[in-house]
Structure formats: C-alpha cells, structure tokens
Design a protein around this ligand. Structure first.
Ligand code: PLP
Length: 405
C-alpha cells in the first residue's frame, strides 16, 4: 500500500490529527486500564476516576459550572440528536423547533425527519455572508417552541452566529437553547456558565482527540430525557458502557486546547490570512465566502469562479495538499452545498468553492505550498472551461462581484 501522507493537510474541519500527547494519555486505557468504569472493584474504580478527571477537563474548557453538566457521547451527531429529541420529549405540548438553513446535516436531517412527522420547523434564512436573519429568529420564538438549535460556527465557511445573544433571547421566551459548537470547540474560548445556553454539543476528533467520542453539555436544572436508555451510565442520561480511552483522550485534548488557545489562535489566523490574501492577489475571479469579520480563526472558504471544485481538489491532492469542497454528489451531478445555495452564491462560483481549514499543526511551509501550486491549477482548469475565454484570460460570461451588505 502506498504511503498516504499529505504534505499539507488543510482539511481540519473534517477531522484533525490526534495530538501525540493525547495518544500517549489514552493508550493505557486500551491496555492495562481495561476495567469497566461502573464496576466497584479497583480495575473499574481506577477507570471511573479517569473519566471524572476528563469530565472536569471538558467542564473547564467550556466554562461550565459543574462537571456533572457534561455527558459523554459517541460523537456530536449523537449529542445534537439527544438535545433536540430530549426537548421534544420533555415538553410534549410544544411541537415547534427553530433552526437555520445552513446547519450541519446532523441537525438538518433530523429536523427534516421531524417535519415529516408533523413538527413545525422554523427554518431561519441567512444573507449573502451567511448572517442569520435575526428578525425572523425573534419572530419564531414562542411558547410553542420546544428548542432552538443553531450551530455556533459554520463548518464550511467558519462564520459565527451571535450565539450568546440568541441564547439570551431564547431565555426571555422560556425556550431551551442548544448550540452545535463542533467547529468552535478548541478554536475560540467558550464560557457557558452565566450564558443562556442550555445545551452544547462538541466532537473530539475536530480538536485533536480521536474519532468516536463527543460530549453534550446540559445546564444543571434544564429538563432532560435520555435518547439512549438501558444501563445507568452518565447518571442515567446516556446508557452504554463508556468509551474510556476516547473519553480520557477528549479530556486531554480539552486541557491542551485550553492551555494553547491564546497562543494558537492568532498564529493560525495569521496563516489563514496569508493564504487568503496570497490567493486573492494571484488568482483573478475568486472571493472569500461567509462573514470574514465574524469567523473562527482556522477556516477560509474561497470560491473560484468558472472551475469545478472537485477538479481543484483532485489536482491539489496530486501535489499532496488536502482541502475540501462543499459539493455533494447527488444523482451523478455535482450540486453546490446547501450552505452556498442559502447564501445565494451563483452556481458558477459555488461550484468552485474550496474550504481550507487549519490547525495548530499547520506550518508556514504548507501555506507556501498551496500558494505555489494553486494559481497554476486554476489557470489550467479555466483553459478547459467553456465559461472562460482562454485567449483573453478572462471570463467568457459576466463574472460575479460579491455585493456584501
Ligand atoms: N456539526 C458540525 C458543525 C460539524 O462540522 C460536524 C462534523 O463535521 C458535526 C456536527 C458532526 O460531528 P460528528 O461527526 O462527530 O458527529
């Protein structure tokens, strides 16, 4: 098998490498510390203590008041599903949910399913920069709503919703508020205590823990009904024997993020800005999507007009560069992502949207590598595009100038 080692891994919103310190901390829980944390003998007790330390580490990273407010899950999808389904079960008379049109499929698909079952979903729209229609959000809040659920940062653009203010508004209407903080955890400081946030989901593999572990923050006192029933793990709130090694790893990843976030964030955003500015200067007809003033430090989504994102990705891959596009292959044709469509990015640009997502392991050399090869790739692909006039080296049709309000 050939060695698969990208030279420039810039797909950290998809998943991150496990930090070597995280790996070292978790390994004993795959070997000598194999006890069941629920057992009362010392094999189990020792593991139980490690889980409680991890709970405190997660609590500290998100600024929760009590470690008991943290419930370990298998991933963020499970945490988000638990949050929404719990609210509907805890408030059976409330048949409405509020969310946005640019959520991750973990929320989107669940809400579409709920709509088919007769629940009313308020789908709040965004503008051309991915900013939420706050007036529509305020209008949707009512005593009929069981839960409002919004992503904190968008996984494709990195744009942030004003979650703290939105949670306060929900509180004023006595509506539970959940945020999918998957793309914020480990990237920006989080402080849930004294906020209106009742529930928050996160996923370990997005910030240097392994895959298969996540957490749900549940504010003390908030009404809750478990999704998984059975054993009494997690104080009866999530049945199933805990993924001890994964949880220990998640705790360590939270500790490391907490320690390094202040130093890492400015460095990562400088690298991101250098990449962005370099590409905007070298490549004609491209622009940054989303809200450049309110976004996480690690994400840049650039739309290259008149080229196919998948082709860009394949050619970048040949140069050892890993990035991603928002396109999804639906019935044989590549459709721009729901996020690009919701922002009304024209098809000719949305098709060529590429997401670069960095991490604390991203280096200057990786950025140089992209800047060295991508302009050439775009030029080559445009020569083949029917919408590009190769002779004049300009669009053969009117190009899109983003008008951002
Ligand atoms: N929410 C957001 C914003 C994401 O980016 C992702 C993963 O990409 C998820 C939820 C789902 O996370 P997981 O795969 O851990 O369930």
């Amino acid at each position: 098998m050939s060695e698969l080692k990208p030279l420039a891994y810039l797909d950290n919103n998809a998943t991150t490498q496990v930090d070597p310190k995280v790996l070292e901390t978790m390994l004993p829980y795959l070997s000598e510390h194999y006890g069941n944390p629920s057992s009362i003998h010392q094999f189990g007790e020792q593991v139980g203590k490690a889980l409680e330390l991890a709970r405190t580490q997660v609590q500290t990273m998100i600024g929760a008041s009590h470690s008991s407010e943290i419930i370990f899950t298998s991933c963020a999808t499970e945490a988000t599903t638990t949050a929404i389904m719990s609210a509907l079960e805890a408030f059976p008379q409330r048949k409405e949910v509020i969310t946005s049109v640019i959520e991750h499929p973990a929320t989107l698909d669940l809400c579409q399913t709920l709509a088919r079952k007769g629940y009313k979903i308020h789908w709040i729209e965004v503008d051309s920069r991915g900013r939420l229609d706050m007036e529509a959000y305020k209008k949707a809040l009512s005593p009929n709503v069981a839960i409002a659920s919004f992503m904190w940062a968008n996984n494709e653009t990195g744009s942030l919703f004003p979650i703290r203010g939105m949670a306060e508004l929900a509180k004023q209407h006595d509506v539970l508020f959940h945020t999918d903080a998957v793309q914020v955890a480990g990237k920006l400081p989080i402080q849930v205590a004294d906020s209106g946030i009742d529930l928050l989901s996160l996923s370990g593999h997005k910030f240097h823990a392994p895959k298969g572990v996540g957490a749900l923050y549940l504010r003390r006192g908030a009404k809750f009904r478990p999704l998984l029933r059975g054993g009494h793990q997690e104080r009866g709130r999530r049945a199933g024997t805990e993924n001890s090694s994964g949880i220990v790893a998640l705790g360590k990843a939270c500790e490391l993020a907490q320690l390094s976030i202040e130093q890492d964030s400015p460095r990562i955003s400088m690298l991101r800005d250098r990449l962005e500015q370099g590409l905007l200067a070298k490549v004609p007809n491209c622009f940054v999507t989303g809200d450049p003033r309110h976004r996480v430090p690690n994400t840049s989504n650039i739309a290259f007009e008149f080229v196919e994102g998948e082709s860009i990705l394949l050619m970048l891959d040949q140069h050892g560069i890993a990035a991603s596009s928002g396109s999804a292959c639906t019935s044989g044709s590549l459709e721009p992502s729901h996020v690009m469509r919701a922002m009304d990015i024209p098809y000719t640009a949305a098709h060529g949207a590429i997401r670069f997502s960095l991490s604390r392991f991203t280096t200057d050399t990786m950025i140089d590598q992209v800047l060295a090869v991508l302009p050439g790739i775009i030029a080559k692909l445009r020569m083949l595009s029917p919408y590009w006039d190769a002779a004049a080296d300009q669009p053969a049709q009117e190009s899109f100038s983003p008008v951002y309000g």
